[in-house]
Design a protein around this ligand. Structure first.
Ligand code: ATP
Length: 279
């Protein structure tokens, strides 16, 4: 699996007084198994960008290649692309509607025309992947906690066996327990080799999990690098209303105060190790 995004632009309401240039010459390459955090403040273009990756939006100009094939070429199978690139929308629990959790997770594969047996097998596999206890499978999804509902919604997308899983703000509105549940699911999923793109407002949330951070600002892909390399730009990030993890600031303050600490530390563990080394 690979996705090549080549200089895409997207303009909402082109030619009207509401025209909005939401993506500006965005280019990147996404490879199998990557765990990417897509960060930016409200209105920076994150949702618009991810909706291009599974063909929900068509770029005004530029190209996207999935496994080397131009998805805008005449005759390209968009339906298949949508099953390969699974999208978990914001507040996905609003789309749970079946009477039981199990039926809800079966809905996607059923829609793909798979046999009842295959749908049920996939539902079991994906509910297992998101770590939901079997005792809940035949309960109503509405009896679950916020974190559990989100996990069911993620299982619903996983049941379609996507190669890429995109999650738009999957922890929004959850309490810390629910947030930890989601990150532990994502950590388990990454071991399966699936490519994960996590959209978030919060550097703190993604910093310790992802391998790569893409920062969007006003429709431009401003940074696309490892978390450490991105956080080296913490001053520029602040200028666009974002912040590096708190640890980055603490380590920089210590450095400025004359201590020889690792200013690239982005987890509490790395910071502790670096501080202990100088004591
Ligand atoms: N349907 C639409 N019609 C017109 N403009 C839109 C539409 N959807 C988004 N926009 C505009 O395009 C820009 C990018 O929006 P987008 O939703 O992609 O940003 P975002 O980073 O996902 O924001 P959020 O974090 O709030 O979801 C914004 O200026 C937004 O107002």
């Amino acid at each position: 699996m690979s996705i090549i995004v080549d200089k895409i632009n997207y303009i909402y309401e082109a030619g009207t007084s509401f025209e909005r240039h939401a993506l500006k010459d965005v280019s990147c390459v996404i490879e199998k198994g990557e765990f990417i955090g897509l960060i930016g403040h409200t209105g920076s273009g994150k949702s618009t960008f991810i909706q291009h990756l599974n063909g929900l939006n068509k770029a005004t100009s530029g190209h996207i290649y999935y496994d080397g094939q131009d998805i805008y070429e005449k005759g390209y199978n968009m339906k298949e692309l949508r099953s390969k690139v699974g999208l978990v929308f914001q507040y996905p629990e609003h789309q749970l509607f079946e009477s039981t959790i199990f039926k809800d997770v079966c809905f996607g594969p059923k829609n793909q025309g798979l046999s009842k047996q295959e749908c049920e097998l996939r539902a079991f596999e994906s509910l297992k992947l998101v770590g939901l206890d079997e005792k809940f499978y035949y309960n109503s999804p509405f009896d679950l906690s916020g974190g559990q509902k989100r996990r069911v919604a993620i299982a619903g997308v996983l049941a379609m066996k996507p190669e890429v899983l995109i999650l738009d703000e999957p922890t929004a509105g959850l309490d810390p327990k629910g947030r930890d549940e989601i990150f532990s699911v994502l950590e388990n999923l990454r071991k399966t080799g699936i490519t994960i793109i996590l959209v978030s407002h919060s550097m703190e949330d993604v910093a310790t999990h992802v391998d790569r951070i893409m920062v969007m600002n006003d429709g431009i892909l401003k940074y696309d690098d490892t978390p450490k390399n991105v956080f080296r730009h913490h001053k520029e990030l602040e200028e666009i209303g974002l912040a590096a993890p708190k640890v980055t600031y603490i380590m920089n303050d210590l450095k400025n105060a004359g201590f020889d600490v690792d200013t690239d530390a982005i987890t509490i563990e790395e910071a502790k190790k670096s501080i202990l080394e100088i004591l």
